[in-house]
Ligand binder design. Structure first.
Ligand SMILES: [Zn+2]
Ligand SMILES: [Zn+2]
Length: 374
């Protein structure tokens, strides 16, 4: 069982405890480690023992703004092992290594027919929970996976791929959706502002689509990590004027497309200025409603287009799974910090206040995995 057994973990359904540890959201900026019941599963459902769950910007937003009612258990970039399966589940059995999506659309309603899956009512219903109002549940030892997710939103992890690599399937899908939204043509020049883990994934995917990449970030440490993924044309935004430098590199025109992978609204103007007339600007991290300053003539006269993209697309599931599981990108290398559930507060704090050398933060309900591989 050399490679084959490397990441396999057996689970005996009789050994499932009645209670587990979970990080419970109790209100704005209040997430606590609590003991909660292990979720019960029904017919067609599965219980998955969580190995790794990425901390996502949208989790941080929900926790810091109180946009969702409490209590909830967040976490939706989940990979782990099937612990037990409900009646009628034939596709999976205990011990199978899987990653699970938390949102899967119906594919039949008005929005699905128009391919705006994120607006579908079934899509908005969350299909994974560790208790309370379903909210992903990955920040817990076990997660209940509901029937439509078992059918359409569960992905088997090949034995040669780690749980850590696999927990990137959902974020990669959301990035791929953003790349398609820009309609990149081979040979186009793309500027990505922000080289956190998502900015790096977006840049690698844009390059894969045939674009020439320029990346910028305030921190040289991040640009260096980006370079290790083949993103060599970098701008250190703390020293160099990004818009001027991009124009220099593009015969004075500006980038054909600009990806804004930094939250908040303060860089929207920079992103628009760095795009050439007729160029596209992808707002990828602007998840909060509010007001922003936009130059209307840049859109009307200069014909620049603002493009948005949010969440994952079921149409891109196959491609994103292939990208991750075939290791087209060594995504594990983007993980800079791994925290046990007991350090959930530190994990959220670090993810919310990224340091120059911090990248992806993942939660690993550790005690269950002693002696096993990542
Ligand atoms: Zn996410
Ligand atoms: Zn639908």
């Amino acid at each position: 069982m050399a490679i084959a057994g490397q990441y396999s973990v057996e689970t005996d359904s009789r050994s499932i405890p009645a209670a587990m540890q979970a990080a419970v959201y109790r209100g704005v900026n209040d997430v606590r480690l609590e003991t909660v019941p292990v979720p019960k599963i029904g017919p067609g459902e599965m219980l998955v023992r969580v190995h790794s769950c990425g901390v996502c910007g949208t989790d941080l937003k929900k926790i810091s703004t109180g946009s969702h009612s409490a209590p909830r258990i967040f976490g939706h970039e989940t990979s782990g092992v099937v612990a037990t399966v409900g009646k009628d589940v034939t596709e999976y059995r205990p011990g199978d290594r899987v990653m699970v999506f938390h949102h899967i659309p119906c594919r039949e309603c008005f929005y699905c027919r128009n391919k705006t899956f994120a607006q579908c009512a079934t899509y908005k219903k969350v299909g994974c929970t560790a208790g309370f109002e379903p909210s992903g549940g990955g920040f817990a030892e076990y997660v209940r996976v509901m029937d439509w997710i078992v059918q359409y939103g569960t992905v088997r992890i090949p034995e040669s791929v780690s749980f850590e690599q696999a927990c990137f399937v959902e974020p990669v899908n959301t990035c791929l959706k953003g790349i398609y939204a820009m309609n990149l043509r081979p040979g186009e020049t793309v500027l990505t502002i922000g080289q956190g883990p998502i900015g790096i994934i977006l840049s690698v995917l844009a390059k894969r689509a045939g674009a020439t990449l320029i990346t910028s970030d305030l921190y040289p440490e991040r640009l260096k990590i980006g370079s290790s993924f083949g993103l060599d044309l970098t701008i250190e935004a703390s020293r160099t004027n990004v818009v001027e430098r991009v124009r220099e590199l593009t015969q004075g025109r500006g980038a054909d497309a600009v990806i804004l992978a930094v939250g908040g609204n303060s860089l929207i103007r920079t992103a628009m200025d760095a795009a050439r007339p007729g160029g596209r600007i992808l707002l990828f991290a602007q998840t909060q409603h509010g007001e922003a300053v936009i130059d209307p003539a840049a859109i009307c006269v200069d014909e620049k287009a603002l493009v948005g993209s949010y969440s994952a697309s079921v149409d891109l599931q196959k491609e994103s799974v292939g990208f991750v599981m075939n290791r087209e990108m060594d995504l594990e290398r983007l993980i800079s910090h791994r925290f046990p559930l007991s350090e959930i507060t530190e994990a959220i704090d670090l993810a919310a206040h990224p340091q120059p050398s911090s990248m992806k933060v993942v939660i690993q309900p550790g005690s269950l995995w002693e002696g096993t591989q990542q």
